[in-house]
Design a protein around this ligand. Structure first.
Ligand code: PEP
Ligand code: MN
Length: 337
């Protein structure tokens, strides 16, 4: 309220707030009176209190996302379970595989190695969002078929990207988790569509998206009744050009405070270089990430896409073991089946 607002003006505002079924919380200082309106944000804003006598200004303090907010689940953490593998809460999961599905041998070989090393899920893109339209765009349906074969052989659930609502039926036949790429984080029709499939979703943070925008995007999926969303930090664009993107590890404690959803870190796309992937993965696990999604290739030098950041299969078991130890130190159980 304005300095010098009268008692009558204060009680008028309180009455209006109560009229719409909200609670007014009065805080009277020496000079100023602050009235907290607790309840539905839309109802309070529809009162047009900005113009009411004695009112100075309105500050919305409610988060614009509800279902994704930590308060919504009253401190309980969401755990995503796929074929007995859990990610979230106490459970840490490693998702590994090639950037893109290139062929049968490559896909099966990488799948076997990551399965043997205890990965929880296999990643691999059949539809690829490439910066250049002249770059390889993914094998499409043939890529999905190869992922299916890898799943049948290793038992690993599949994480694969959906870019276009027109491919949803093909993708959900194979995908156990639908990946929404960074470039599609704000494709709201796509988000609602994956929400309606009911499949778990790995939602990647947009290249220049704030955490609030990421959470609002997750709300589009949750709103459709799909509660299985993992938030993925994969590096954001900053002024720094030494590495591909800046891995924002503060997103881990911050998102943990703001939301109940599991937090997965992708060190590969941030680092852009395989020798930086290990340290960033360990740092993420130490900071309390619920999972890591990492790129692995059997012949990184020959990879069609993102070869320089792919861990070679030979080094993967050691990498997974180190990661497991750090995750355990951070208080997590590492998914084993
Ligand atoms: C990927 O996971 O291969 C990928 C393209 O990721 P992003 O959408 O984060 O760039
Ligand atoms: Mn990639």
């Amino acid at each position: 309220m304005k300095e010098g607002a009268t008692e009558e003006q204060v009680s008028h505002v309180v009455e209006r707030i109560e009229e719409v079924g909200c609670t007014a919380h009065l805080s009277q200082g020496e000079l100023l009176t602050v009235i907290g309106a607790i309840g539905d944000r839309d109802r309070v804003s529809s009162l047009g209190l900005e113009g009411a006598p004695g009112v100075d200004h309105l500050v919305p303090i409610l988060k614009p996302y509800k279902l994704a907010s930590a308060q919504f689940r009253k401190g309980q953490r969401t755990v995503i379970e796929v074929d007995g593998r859990r990610i979230g809460g106490e459970h840490f999961g490693l998702i590994a595989g090639p950037c893109t599905v290139e062929g049968r041998e490559q896909t099966l070989e990488v799948a076997r190695v990551v399965a043997d090393a205890g990965a929880a899920m296999l990643r691999g893109g059949a539809y690829k969002p490439r910066t250049s339209p002249y770059s390889f765009q993914g094998l499409g349906v043939e890529g999905l078929r190869l992922l299916q074969e890898a799943k049948e052989e290793t038992g690993l659930p599949i994480v694969t990207e959906l870019m276009d609502v027109r491919d949803v039926a093909d993708v959900i036949e194979v995908a156990d988790v639908i990946q929404i790429g960074a470039r599609n984080m704000q494709n709201y029709t796509l988000l609602a569509e994956v929400g309606r499939t009911g499949k778990p979703v790995l939602l990647k943070r947009g290249l220049s998206a704030t955490l609030d925008e990421l959470l609002m995007a997750s709300e589009y999926v949750l709103k459709e009744g799909n509660t299985n969303v993992m938030l993925c930090e994969r590096g954001i664009r900053t002024f720094e050009t030494t590495y591909r993107f800046t891995l924002d590890l503060l997103a881990i404690p911050a998102l943990r405070e703001l939301s109940h959803l599991p937090i997965v870190i992708d060190p590969s796309h941030a680092a852009g270089r395989r020798d930086w992937v290990g340290p960033m993965s360990l740092a993420a696990a130490a900071a309390g990430a619920d999972g890591i999604i990492v790129e692995v290739h059997n012949e990184p030098e020959e990879a069609i896409c993102d070869g320089p950041q792919a861990l070679p299969t030979e080094l993967f078991a050691d990498y997974a073991e180190q990661l497991r130890r750090v995750a355990e130190v951070a208080g997590k159980q590492v998914a084993t089946v």
